[in-house]
Ligand binder design. Structure first.
Ligand code: SF4
Length: 341
């Protein structure tokens, strides 16, 4: 698979200003040098605790603001430096589904107008009949009855509204959809339905998904690869099976230990992370995770570990992997068994 989206050394630092007219007194290092790719038709999940910078990455990919440094390349074209006019045709190719299906739909627009807006904006319909045909197809795609297209958003349940949000994203005929905590606000059973719908749409339409979530239990069921973020950095990237079976970063290991297991007795030892997440205004020197890591040693406090290959297709940013295997608690670890080390 070739890369549809290629993000290189992306940084987004938000200035902190003193008072209304004051100068810059510091920066929030929300995203601090991350790289990843998404292939056509692939789902990459970006996971981590709230405040780790993952939603900022989504907004950067959508060009909702200018980035501080780095590159965002869509299908071979750098979009991070494009003017809004040049960017316009490319905007169609990257769409978004937001977390809150209640606030993300205009309550004063009927579903028909909500879905017709991107089709008109991007001139995707030849005439009125073509527009009607596309609207009908969109309702079919998200499994909503066609005769509901004349209703208002408040007449739908939360799950149905999220289907409308997905249909609105599909209306622009995108190649990539950024799903920013798209199922987090939904009930458990509705979550599963929306995740199944996204998977079906992906295989029907060949869509790529950047799935931003704090919920690893959902991610485990629907992603191809996972990138784990901590305090503005990616600390681990791996195919789903490899990451869930044998995490190579202590932060991922702790996150996975909190995921409920369906089989009795398969539950991993719960690792409770002590201490608060440090401030992104003043991140710790060395490894950013060292203030909460149960394996921390001297080198971690002074030297930042690079994201490096640990196995084929599996990268992690941790000094443990420079130690001999018998001193590395994460070498060759398999799921729960590694936690006995
Ligand atoms: Fe923990 Fe050190 Fe690895 Fe950071 S580099 S995750 S502190 S062991």
């Amino acid at each position: 698979m070739s890369a549809l989206l290629d993000v290189r050394d992306l940084k987004k630092h938000f200035p902190i200003r003193a008072g209304f007219l004051g100068g810059t007194t510091g920066y929030v290092y929300a995203v601090d040098g991350i790289s990843f790719e998404i292939a056509k038709g692939e789902t990459l999940s970006l996971v981590g605790e709230s405040g780790c910078g993952k939603s900022t990455v989504g907004k950067a990919v959508l060009r909702l603001f200018d980035i501080t440094a780095g590159q965002v390349v869509l299908d071979g074209q750098r979009i991070d430096q494009m003017s809004q006019a040049t960017l316009r045709p490319l905007r169609r190719r990257v769409q978004v589904v937001f977390q809150d299906p209640f606030s993300s739909l205009n309550p004063r627009m009927r579903v028909r107008d909500i879905l017709a807006e991107p089709i008109r904006n991007f001139r995707l319909a030849k005439d009125g009949a073509d527009l009607d045909r596309k609207l009908g197809e969109l309702m079919d795609r998200v499994r909503l009855p066609r005769d509901a297209i004349g209703r208002w958003p408040h007449e739908f349940s939360g799950g149905q509204r999220q289907r409308i949000g997905i249909a609105r994203a599909l209306a622009a005929e995108p190649d990539l959809i950024v799903c920013d905590e798209a199922v987090s606000a939904l009930d458990v059973s509705v979550k599963a339905q929306i995740v199944n719908l996204l998977q079906d749409l992906q295989s029907e339409l060949g869509l790529a998904l950047l799935f931003i979530s704090h919920d690893l239990a959902i991610v485990e069921h629907m992603t191809h690869r996972v990138a784990v973020m901590y305090l503005g950095k990616i600390v681990e990237v791996a195919p789903r099976r490899s990451l869930f079976a044998a995490p190579k970063h202590p932060y991922t290991e702790a996150l996975l230990s909190a995921v409920p297991q369906p089989m009795p007795g398969a539950q991993r030892e719960r690792i409770i992370l002590t201490g608060d997440v440090p401030s992104p205004i003043n991140p710790p020197k060395g490894c950013r995770f060292h203030t909460r890591c149960r394996y921390v040693f001297d080198r971690c406090r002074v030297e930042e570990p690079p994201l490096a290959a640990v196995e084929a297709g599996h990268t992690a940013a941790c000094h443990l992997h420079d130690l001999p295997p018998d001193q590395n608690p994460l070498s060759g670890a398999k799921g729960a068994s590694l936690l006995a080390v």
